[in-house]
Design a protein around this ligand. Structure first.
Ligand code: SF4
Length: 133
């Protein structure tokens, strides 16, 4: 791909489903598609870091949010960039309702399994965007 593919999770502090969104993006970046995908810090986006803004404008962007407040999606859109795909952790939870995370600091086996399924879903979205290019 010529265009960079950037996947941005919400910060997710204090909420298990936000933490799952971050863990899923780490797995995507480190294990599933390390050559293809990168991320940026949501905090740098919020302070309008010029380097981050330029990266977003020139790349495909997928956001991953832990709840309906959609912090990652809204922060990207506030810069004027339209996201290519917005994903919520709860979409995956609806398909695996038996997997309930234990807590924020320790997601437990169920929470990490959910993060793994979310990472696979994100990998599928990356593949779709790569085909579009
Ligand atoms: S989308 Fe929800 S979980 Fe994520 S940072 Fe915002 S409030 Fe927290």
């Amino acid at each position: 791909m010529d265009k960079e593919l950037i996947v941005i999770p919400c910060s997710g502090i204090g909420k298990p489903y936000g933490e799952i969104s971050r863990q899923a993006v780490y797995e995507l970046l480190e294990d599933i598609r390390p050559e293809q995908v990168e991320t940026v810090c949501l905090g740098r986006l919020m302070i309008r870091d010029p380097e981050v803004l330029e990266k977003l404008q020139n790349g495909f962007v997928i956001t991953v949010d832990g709840c309906a407040k959609d912090c990652a999606l809204k922060n990207v859109e506030a810069t004027g960039k339209k996201v290519d795909k917005a994903v919520r952790t709860l979409e995956v939870f609806k398909e695996h309702r038996d997997l309930k995370p234990e807590g924020v600091l320790n997601l437990g086996e169920a929470g990490y399994t959910l993060a793994h399924y979310l990472a696979e879903k994100l990998s599928g979205e990356v593949e779709c965007l790569a085909k579009e290019e």
